[in-house]
Design a protein around this ligand. Structure first.
Ligand code: ADP
Ligand code: 5GP
Length: 262
């Protein structure tokens, strides 16, 4: 989180409060508050930040700002949503598109998995055969690609480079490995957001509700521990209990990170 700057020190100073005052009013524990005050926090839980903002009567944008380096080179920003299958990443992206006007760009990946009901070519993927996918990979057309749940998924290098060069704000769900690879590739241009469901039972229920086959559900749940183990590398954490609330949190993150560019 080295590019996120917290302004808690100043907000406390203006109110003539100390950390224990804020601790009592927000219910957030002392160590977390000190870490935020000193800008030494490694990952942010949006609920915690919201409690702090409520106690201070300030907005998230007043509490924190995002200041990527190299503004002159690649001007765009890429928001990546990762987390277990069924956590609601696509639901949140769709809800954001339908309910907020943030000028976001969505770039479909290439995938070899079968289309689900309601999907079409280009939404949410360009669906290709394994042979077509391998040929593209050999030609070096992918920025990164992964085998996930037995299928291939890849992000198209040139499309991302061009979109970022042109200053677009991109949002995309990518698995945890791909997300960390994108961060390595594009550095500060990438904001990593980890989406979590309320519980394992809830997650399983959602996968059944989406119509996934039992075997597919088992494969998706088997990957959960691995995904969770990498969640500490993410910049933000969103609990998707309720779609409108989680969408609002996502919109807040995007607004805060893009505010300086307006
Ligand atoms: P992901 O993209 O993370 O794999 P989806 O967006 O496809 O997950 O969501 C999985 C299923 O869970 C979908 O059927 C979706 O409608 C449902 N869902 C998503 N978010 C919620 C939520 N907050 N509460 C209840 N159901 C949800
Ligand atoms: P699903 O089949 O449920 O749509 O997606 C399975 C997983 O693939 C999800 O975790 C999704 O985020 C991930 N994914 C989608 N596109 C890409 C991509 O281009 N690269 C990588 N690494 N993962 C992707």
């Amino acid at each position: 989180m080295d590019k996120v700057q917290f302004h808690l020190d100043r907000l406390l100073f203006e109110r003539e409060w100390k950390i224990p005052d804020l601790m009592k009013r927000s219910g957030v524990n002392k160590n977390t508050l000190y870490a935020i005050k000193k800008n030494e926090i490694s990952r942010v839980d949006l609920k915690v930040l919201q409690n702090i903002c409520d106690a201070l009567s300030c907005t998230l944008a007043e509490l924190m700002s995002y200041e990527p380096k190299g503004e002159g080179e690649q001007k765009g920003l890429l928001f990546i949503l990762s987390g277990p299958s069924g956590a609601g990443k696509n639901t949140l992206i769709n809800s954001l598109r339908d309910n907020y006007d943030l000028g976001l760009t969505f770039i479909p990946s290439f995938a070899t998995r079968p289309m689900r009901p309601g999907e079409s070519n280009g939404n949410p993927y360009y669906f290709v055969t394994r042979d077509e996918f391998h040929a593209m990979a050999e030609r070096g057309e992918f920025l990164e690609y992964e085998t996930i749940h037995g299928n291939y998924y890849g992000t198209h290098l040139m499309t991302y480079e061009r979109a970022l060069d042109e200053g677009n704000i991109i949002i995309k769900d990518i698995d945890v490995n791909g997300a960390l690879n994108m961060k390595r590739e594009f550095g500060d241009r990438v904001v990593l957001i980890y989406v979590r469901p309320t519980s394992l039972d809830e997650l399983e229920g959602r996968l059944h509700g989406r119509g996934d086959a039992d075997d597919d559900i088992r494969i998706r749940l088997d990957r959960l521990k691995y995904e969770e183990s990498l969640s500490e590398h993410f910049d933000f954490l969103i609990f998707n209990d309720d779609v409108p609330t989680a969408t609002a949190e996502l919109a807040q993150i995007i607004r805060t990170c893009t505010r300086r560019r307006a």
